[in-house]
Design a protein around this ligand. Sequence first.
Ligand SMILES: *Cc1c(COP(=O)(O)O)cnc(C)c1O
Length: 454
Amino acid sequence: MKNRKILLSEQEIPEKWYNIVHDMPNKPLPPLHPGTKEPIGPEALAPLFPMELIKQEVTTEKWVDIPEEVRDVYKLWRPTPMFRAYGLEAALDTPAKIYYKYEGVSPSGSHKPNTAVAQAYYSKQEGVRRITTETGAGQWGSALSFACQHFGIECEVYMVKISYEQKPYRKVMMNTWGATVHASPSNLTEAGRKILAEDPDSPGSLGIAISEAVERAASDEKTKYALGSVLNHVLMHQTVIGLEAVKQMEKAGDMPDIVVAPFGGGSNFAGISFPFLRLNLEEGRNIRCIAAEPSSCPKLTRGVFRYDFGDAVGMTPLLPMYTLGHTFVPAPIHAGGLRYHGAGVVVSQLLRDKLIEARAHDQVECFEAGVLFARAEGIIPAPETNHAIATAIQEANKCKEEGVSRTILIHLCGHGNFDLAAYENYLSGKLVKHEITSEQIAAALAKIDTPVID
Ligand SMILES: *Cc1c(COP(=O)(O)O)cnc(C)c1O
């Protein structure tokens, strides 16, 4: 009988996170102060983040110990399974060998608890009483609610109002884990009140929700702020995924030629791919790592590499990143987790140095891929995850055309059981293609006047 599942034991949960910055040929450029545009040091972040996370944000140490308490919580769902996708291979009639690493088995259904648990743990160690955050589609808010509940910390989530109204179940999930959820813009903050005064019916945005969560954290010493993507320490926490995946591929007696993952701010892509990139950097291997993004928010494939703000308002430090401009508002596609204007600093530098690749897909193509996957493998993927499946299908079809076999590893970073409204839309033929013109991209970039690089 063929093995479908490749499993590890609890003892094989990694003991250290991998920090790729140590091995990067070109280190990331420093963040700049939003006002003076001078480089800033880690101390500028102290009002918002616990000290240990700030240290991790700037460290160049290759390995960082995972605290025993964090590994203990990881045991609730880690190590996560890897599967050989025999069903998908048959459906595509491809000579390619396809595997997927599945993070949907976590309590909140995606990779996000890997960092949420670590962030809540360090906050607890440093006497933090409350953590604020923003959430769009609700994946990050639910992961952090779960983690805060575990360590006995209050969690306050600012959820973009339109999602709050359209996706009630994610909110109920957060409430079930004891979190307080506010529709953003709210009247609890200056930022929210200002927006509401101008537009009482504002549907909200991730940028506004970030402003509200940051303001709350900055105004109370015992309250900190947490981010679910983009930052170096978040990407590093996610490397538990790839470290397990390397061991699982070895166990299967195989190694991927291609690793694919969806891309929002870069955390799940980093998580699966950095431990494989390490093999490229250390041993001169040639594993291709491809980030899959939506064609309606194509910062990696059509954006520019320059300094830009992390939020829509322009309050955060300026970061060197691939961006479409911080005021860019993507079309309301269903992959809510990928509707972000910029990419994390480390992944941006790796792309610039051509150590990773990127590809964009339209949402109709992505749902075709997701439904094919669900019918072949059973799991209904998150709409974000469908982007990676679309890339993998292209690569598998190329193998068929060329008559060669390659090994493809897909990051199945979340399930879509709370996203069935999106699937209903697709299945009833209502989903539309979102093309973005070069003029629209140029117009978005013309609106920003942040420092250019080179
Ligand atoms: C949040 C999320 C993403 C996008 O964020 P990254 O930081 O790029 O990983 C992708 N997929 C799922 C399932 C998510 O929850």
